[in-house]
Design a protein around this ligand. Structure first.
Ligand SMILES: Cc1cc2nc3c(=O)[nH]c(=O)nc-3n(C[C@H](O)[C@H](O)[C@H](O)COP(=O)(O)OP(=O)(O)OC[C@H]3O[C@@H](n4cnc5c(N)ncnc54)[C@H](O)[C@@H]3O)c2cc1C
Length: 329
């Protein structure tokens, strides 16, 4: 229940943050409404949640609660739930609430990283750079996000790079327990870290740890579009051994003249570039004509945003997954 309470609170806070931006608010709530389909949420569930929310506020915010406050909360909750209900209904007409996906290959790359490839039971449309939510049979109703590690493939298979985190429920199940034949559930694709094909700007890509997975997908996407945009990838890891996908990236670099890949190691001895990703990226460039794509742990994303805005890339040309989502894990 604690996790559920935190999620509801986070959703209300995010909605409040976007209160003055109707387009962003509607986009956020619509995504939330579509995402709730995989939990089996029905329109009739919303009033019950609303009643509980108002009852909780009446009890715990007694000091500042009055008729006007209650009327305002009822109005806001009704508007929020209507946007979510409408988005879910619209989505129902075109895609399933979830996909069953059978594991067809499971490849351990390091002690704690596996590449898991699945075959969805129905076509699964997505864009390179996006991510999905995933449920394993061992932790029912526990969903976690994982990024697609390839652009959409002709055979319809989907791959994920999963790192088992200490005491992590889903990641350890996926790395240490999952086998071909096991069936996962996937939610809808989401995320806006996708390639803008309307410009010829170069792509500056920073991938830390398994954050390299969606970056590789972006490289494949650019290759498929046959453009000659420069793509500069900085691939960061703590130690040399943690650069589990470096061979694939160097192979891509050999096939594409427009692609440059620089591995960066932050701790320990290395024959690669040594240091933190943002610090190394600043030694190259200039990057002012590039769009930036960042993927990795929240701390890396934050420090990279700071470094890149400092060297002149406008914030609206820096794409990354939501830091809130990443922190919520
Ligand atoms: C947009 C997005 C995309 C993501 N893509 C990927 C991906 O492609 N590959 C991937 O492996 N993961 C990815 N993640 C992270 C993933 O969603 C899970 O959070 C992660 O696998 C941990 O889940 P869990 O159930 O194993 O751990 P939980 O059971 O949720 O956590 C258990 C414990 O581990 C701690 N913990 C959680 N995450 C970490 C961490 N990274 N390092 C150290 N401790 C941690 C928690 O604080 C907690 O104490 C992504 C997350 C987001 C938001």
């Amino acid at each position: 229940m604690d996790a559920q309470r935190d999620r509801l609170f986070k959703a209300l806070l995010t909605a409040a943050e976007h209160a003055d931006d109707a387009a962003a608010l509607t986009a956020y709530l619509s995504r939330l409404g579509r995402g709730h389909r995989k939990y089996g949420t029905l329109p009739t569930h919303y009033p019950a949640v609303g009643e509980c929310l108002i009852a909780a506020l009446t009890r715990y915010a007694a000091a500042c609660w009055d008729e006007a406050a209650e009327a305002a909360w009822v109005r806001v909750y009704t508007a929020i739930s209507q946007i979510m209900i409408d988005a879910a209904a619209e989505d129902e007409a075109k895609s399933p609430a979830w996909w069953q996906a059978e594991i067809v290959s499971h490849e351990r790359r390091t002690r704690d990283i596996a590449v898991v490839t699945v075959r969805p039971d129905q076509p699964y449309p997505f864009l390179a750079g996006q991510y999905t939510s995933l449920e394993t049979p061992w932790w029912p109703r526990t969903w976690r996000h994982y990024s697609f590690s390839t652009a959409p493939r002709p055979d319809g298979l989907l791959s994920f790079h999963v790192k088992a985190v200490p005491a992590g429920w889903v990641s350890n199940a996926l790395v240490h327990r999952a086998r071909p034949g096991d069936v996962l559930r996937l939610g809808p694709p989401t995320g806006s870290m996708t390639v803008d094909h309307s410009t010829d700007n170069g792509l500056l890509c920073l991938g830390g740890g398994t954050g390299i997975a969606p970056i590789k997908a972006l490289v494949e996407d650019v290759a498929e579009h046959g453009s000659r945009r420069p793509v500069e990838v900085f691939y960061g890891a703590r130690r040399d051994d943690d650069l589990y996908d470096i061979d694939t990236l160097l192979r891509l670099q050999r096939s594409h003249l427009w692609l440059s890949v620089r591995p960066v190691v932050s701790d320990g001895p290395t024959r690669r570039l040594s240091g933190q990703l943002p610090q190394i990226v600043r030694q190259y460039g200039p990057w002012t004509t590039y769009d930036a794509y960042l993927s990795g742990p929240p701390g890396m994303i934050r420090s990279s945003i700071d470094a890149l805005t400092h060297i002149g890339i406008p914030p609206d040309r820096i794409r990354h997954d939501s830091i809130h989502e990443l922190m919520a894990g």
